[in-house]
Ligand binder design. Structure first.
Ligand code: SF4
Ligand code: SF4
Length: 285
């Protein structure tokens, strides 16, 4: 179904909106850092383990307030209206990763890499089930033990995220391939009322396709718009960078009832230094 109403921020900008877009482009990472780290500190202060393992412990223990409510709100209910706004504006893992210098994505590795998320998701569930039923460990959701788990889990995520960002030269590599929360988002965000939309005619005539290289999640935005659709990819983190960058001011946020899920992303080959050397060596023979 076509978008039913449109939030007029994007097309026909007034001076105030133009200033707002410039501000948004410059300060998004700072806002993400402040919100993300603020929420991290709050979880720690309340001694809540707001990681995926905290959710499993909470569910097994009978819906404790904290991790379960966090996941219900941020990863299930809010995405129904606003997509993966958590990932663009509030996640403490991304808050740190987005401060790294690899902001321009070199594009997505093949779709198979994203299956890693599912492995991490089920590994997390398996670990908690093992601890709960095998060792009788119950303190993973709320309390001091949970707070230690929360810190240790996030240190691990941050470390993996930083290494991946450096190796793949991509701040959001962790989000694209490893983060287990994306497994949940991929289901809930497809129902998002708010998505990026645009004018197909303008996109067809656009000489620069400037939105393509700036999208941190490598989404082929013009392909959706030219096909008369909104950006249906559940990889979209609602960062608004494409809207603020489009030189024709054709992109905007709109509210509608279309079902997302079809991922069109720019891909690249994973070429390590070793494979690059081998290829060049073969060419020179
Ligand atoms: S994909 Fe995961 S790490 Fe990335 S922003 Fe979303 S929740 Fe955070
Ligand atoms: S499509 Fe636009 S809003 Fe979505 S992730 Fe890409 S740049 Fe951000």
């Amino acid at each position: 179904m076509a978008p039913s109403s449109t939030l007029r921020y994007g097309k026909q900008d007034s001076h105030t909106v133009t200033v707002f877009k410039k501000w948004l482009l410059k300060l998004r990472c700072l806002v993400l850092f402040i919100v993300g780290m603020g929420l991290f500190a709050l979880s720690l202060w309340l001694a809540r383990n707001a990681t995926l393992e905290g959710l499993w412990f909470g569910l097994l223990g009978g819906l404790s307030i904290g991790p379960v409510t966090h996941y219900l709100l941020a990863k299930a209910l809010i995405p129904l209206g606003f997509g993966r706004v958590w990932c663009g504006w509030a996640c403490w893992t991304a808050a740190l990763l987005d401060q790294l210098p690899y902001r321009q994505s070199p594009y997505h590795l093949g779709v198979g890499w994203a299956r890693l998320r599912y492995a991490v998701f089920f590994l997390s569930l398996g670990l908690v089930l093992l601890l709960w039923f095998g060792r009788g460990y119950r303190a993973g959701a709320v309390g001091q033990g949970a707070a230690y788990w929360f810190v240790a889990g996030n240190l691990l995520y941050w470390s993996v995220g930083v290494v991946l960002a450096i190796v793949l030269e991509d701040n959001r590599a962790f989000c694209k391939y490893v983060c287990p929360n994306a497994v949940i988002f991929k289901e809930t965000a497809r129902f998002s009322l708010l998505k990026v939309s645009g004018d197909a005619r303008a996109c067809l005539e656009c000489p620069s396709q400037a939105c393509l290289p700036v999208c941190p999640m490598d989404i082929r935005i013009p392909d959706y718009i030219k096909g008369g659709k909104r950006v249906l990819s559940t990889e979209c983190i609602q960062c608004q960078v494409c809207i603020c960058t489009c030189p024709l001011n054709t992109l905007e946020l709109s509210a509608g009832l279309d079902l997302g899920g079809k991922d069109l992303v720019q891909t690249r080959e994973f070429v390590t230094g070793w494979r690059k050397w081998l290829r060049e060596h073969r060419k020179s023979r």
